[in-house]
Design a protein around this ligand. Sequence first.
Ligand SMILES: Cc1cc2nc3c(=O)[nH]c(=O)nc-3n(C[C@H](O)[C@H](O)[C@H](O)COP(=O)(O)OP(=O)(O)OC[C@H]3O[C@@H](n4cnc5c(N)ncnc54)[C@H](O)[C@@H]3O)c2cc1C
Length: 320
Amino acid sequence: MKGIERLRTAEDLGLIRVNEPLWLHSRWRIGGVADLFIEPLRADQVARACARAEEEGVALVIVGNGSNLLFSDAGLRGAVLKIGRKFSHYTVKGNIITAQAGAWVPALARAAANRGLSGLEHAAGIPGTLGGLIYMNGGSLRHSIGETVRRVWAMDRFGNVKVMHNAECAFSYRRSIFQDTDLVILQAELLCRPDDPSRIRRQTLEILEERKRKFPLKLPNCGSVFSNHPELYDSFGPPGKVIQDLGLKGLTVGGVQVSQKHANFIVNLGGGKAADVFKLVSLIRAATFKRTGLYLECEVRYVDERGRLGPLHTFLDEAN
Ligand SMILES: Cc1cc2nc3c(=O)[nH]c(=O)nc-3n(C[C@H](O)[C@H](O)[C@H](O)COP(=O)(O)OP(=O)(O)OC[C@H]3O[C@@H](n4cnc5c(N)ncnc54)[C@H](O)[C@@H]3O)c2cc1C
């Protein structure tokens, strides 16, 4: 029996599906078929899935809401471990929110706002899970979730859980220690500040309105494709402005396009492929380099057929 088959038939891992279309799990609506899809309901099932995958030598890719992930057109020869809706319980005590990694970030921001807790306003419109947000140290308006995280419960691939304090998470701009490990984030404690609920709600609404105005929310996308580059920013501005100034808005490859609304977004017009995104990213990076002498780096992450995962631009050489 092959490793993937033994993993499929292992007992009590949660919900299991075979030959799962990955496009269902990426906000870009792109991706081939994964051999196996596992959705645990409890931490012991996460531990079992990790340990069995390790024993069987099966690639195991952790996925939250897939709002920052591009999957290969060839799918995944391995398994997806989804930490999502089934893992989204949270509690609020005083100014501390303790949430499972699959908690929906906008729901946490709303819960905080309703209780007069400040600190998550900037994350109100980010369509991801808490685990994904912590992994990416995501945020907006010069804030990131790392500012609010007090502790993180993370599991290694042998099922051991460790509690990591903020300093151990090594948060910096769109970076965290989790990107350099294969830990599974299970839960986190967020430390908010009490503030006037009406101020928090007003600010949250303003942020959401602004996002609606600026971002192409009607077509499938994975948010900002490129991350801010300090040197580029100082001389030329943020990636979206640089790409717009190059006249690349609307540039289309196959089924994907540089958004007409915001040039740092690539939208799927329908039928887009990962290969199209790769070509478009290459074109944008080449044009930016020609103009500025600097290469843009991707915030979005790519998962290849073997389950390797990293910033999309780090796979470009292999794709070309
Ligand atoms: C319309 C739109 C707007 C966006 N706006 C913003 C924004 O303003 N700011 C911003 O920072 N981002 C933004 N994003 C990008 C994205 O929403 C964030 O990066 C988000 O935090 C990703 O969460 P996710 O659950 O979707 O993670 P996924 O995309 O599923 O995964 C992202 C990475 O996290 C890892 N991961 C996920 N869960 C876990 C876990 N439990 N344990 C270990 N690793 C895990 C995955 O392996 C992957 O490497 C936007 C995306 C969209 C589509």
